[in-house]
Design a binder for this molecule. Structure first.
Ligand SMILES: *[C@@H]1O[C@H](CO)[C@@H](O)[C@H](O)[C@H]1NC(C)=O
Ligand SMILES: *[C@@H]1O[C@H](CO)[C@@H](O)[C@H](O)[C@H]1NC(C)=O
Ligand SMILES: *[C@@H]1O[C@H](CO)[C@@H](O)[C@H](O)[C@H]1NC(C)=O
Ligand SMILES: *[C@@H]1O[C@H](CO)[C@@H](O)[C@H](O)[C@H]1NC(C)=O
Ligand SMILES: *[C@@H]1O[C@H](CO)[C@@H](O)[C@H](O)[C@H]1NC(C)=O
Length: 370
């Protein structure tokens, strides 16, 4: 029985391996950007995935698809691990003071449609690996300190609709295909465009100017907005459906009478009173969900930390409290640091409670066994 329990636990953990890797990559990105104490405060590693973090957008499979951090004042460098975010569509970090080079690993982001690093302090060459971004539509690297040539590989990206490399320190020839892109801007470099060359340095932008254009823009914008709302509505319905699908629980079998010592590490032993206060005396309005194990309540600690408290009902085991503590240990050891981390627990004569970080995505709170 124990073996089956372990196997189920492992299967459960593996199902999160992908999101975990993404969380690690984003966390490394935060560190390398030299985020200060007040920046990205909710990007912490204790959560099962980064999908609840500010400025991070995931799809319905909890894959990170968008990271947008404009004008945040970051001064660090770009982490090569950004290349691990294999589902990323949009990476947008304009208007910061990011230094260093553009990591060649960004060429691994095969789903990327938009890369915007405008107005930073990036140096070095544009990596040739960016030519692998076969879905890229928008490439904005203007107003940095990039040097070297424009890589020929960029000419192979047939999906490009907008390329802006203006005001860098680039030199040499521009691949001819790049002048076919609907919107381009290479001004402010030492490149083969402008007065003495066949092509101007910037396309005459279709997005600027005429009132006719802007009226069409308004109409298109409105239509786009309505369609967008419909899509968001549909996604919302789908997500809710999925969430319900997650109610299935995973049961971990723990034998009761094992008396070995328990190493609790960072776990906090909460007083019943603390959890009563945190959940407004286990108020029904704070119930996040319910399963065979009992109810999960939303709560907040005095320092503002949001928690989810799982209150086990009918907790009966031959080992009593010792068995419960053993299970607490099992969860705290088995769960990888970036998965759902148990914050603490509470036991009284009649009650057994487990305390987790609160996540908007409830599926995990439901899934861990009561
Ligand atoms: C980022 O922080 C590290 C460690 O605090 C420091 O050594 C480095 O100079 C900082 N980099 C920038 C660009 O501020
Ligand atoms: C990511 O890119 C780097 C450099 O471009 C390459 O060496 C590495 O193999 C790539 N990794 C994956 C998983 O594609
Ligand atoms: C611009 O690039 C050239 C070589 O391409 C280099 O000699 C020069 O120092 C660079 N200027 C700046 C301001 O980086
Ligand atoms: C511009 O590039 C050409 C070669 O492409 C070079 O001969 C020239 O010195 C460069 N001019 C400046 C101002 O860097
Ligand atoms: C080209 O880019 C520069 C810098 O971003 C901007 O100032 C300029 O207006 C752009 N030119 C066109 C025609 O869009």
């Amino acid at each position: 029985m124990e073996l089956i329990g372990i196997i189920i636990t492992l299967a459960f953990l593996l199902s999160f391996a992908a999101s975990d890797r993404q969380g690690d990559a984003l966390y490394d990105m935060k560190l390398k950007l030299n985020a200060t104490g007040t920046q990205l405060t909710d990007w912490n590693q204790n959560q099962v995935n980064p999908c609840t973090w500010n400025s991070v957008i995931c799809d319905s499979n909890n894959n990170v698809v968008q990271v947008t951090l404009a004008s945040m004042g970051f001064t660090g460098v770009l982490s090569p691990r950004i290349g691990d975010l294999e589902h990323l569509n949009v990476l947008s970090l304009p208007g910061n003071k990011i230094t260093g080079t553009i990591p060649e690993q960004l060429g691994n982001l095969s789903s990327l449609t938009s890369l915007d690093l405008e107005e930073n302090l990036l140096v070095g060459e544009i990596p040739a690996s960016l030519g692998h971004l076969s879905k890229l539509q928008l490439l904005i690297l203007s107003q940095n300190r990039l040097s070297g040539t424009v890589p020929d590989t960029l000419a192979t990206i047939s999906s490009l609709t907008d390329i802006r490399l203006a005001y860098n320190n680039l030199s040499g020839p521009i691949p001819a295909q790049l002048f076919q892109v609907a919107r381009y801007n290479f001004s402010g470099n030492n490149l083969t465009c402008g007065a003495n060359f066949a092509h101007p340095c910037a396309s005459s932008s279709p997005y600027q100017g005429s009132s006719r254009g802007s009226k069409i823009g308004v109409v298109l914008g409105t239509v786009g907005g309505v369609i967008g709302l419909l899509i968001i509505g549909a996604l919302f319905i789908i997500c809710n459906g999925r969430r319900k699908g997650h109610l299935r629980e995973v049961f971990v079998d723990v034998s009761g009478e094992d008396d070995r010592r328990i190493a609790f590490g960072q776990l906090k032993r909460f007083a019943w009173r603390e959890l009563q206060l945190a959940t407004d005396n286990f108020s029904e309005k704070n119930v996040l969900g319910q399963g065979g194990f009992g109810k999960v309540y939303k709560g907040a600690l005095p320092d503002g930390t949001k928690i989810a408290v799982k209150r086990l009902t009918d907790y009966e085991s031959p080992g009593g409290e010792a068995a419960f503590l053993r299970e607490v240990e099992l969860i705290s050891v088995a769960v990888h640091r970036n998965l759902l981390r148990l914050i603490g627990f509470c036991t009284t004569q009649t009650e057994r409670l487990l305390v987790y970080p609160f996540m908007q995505n409830l599926s995990v709170a439901y899934r861990l066994r009561g």
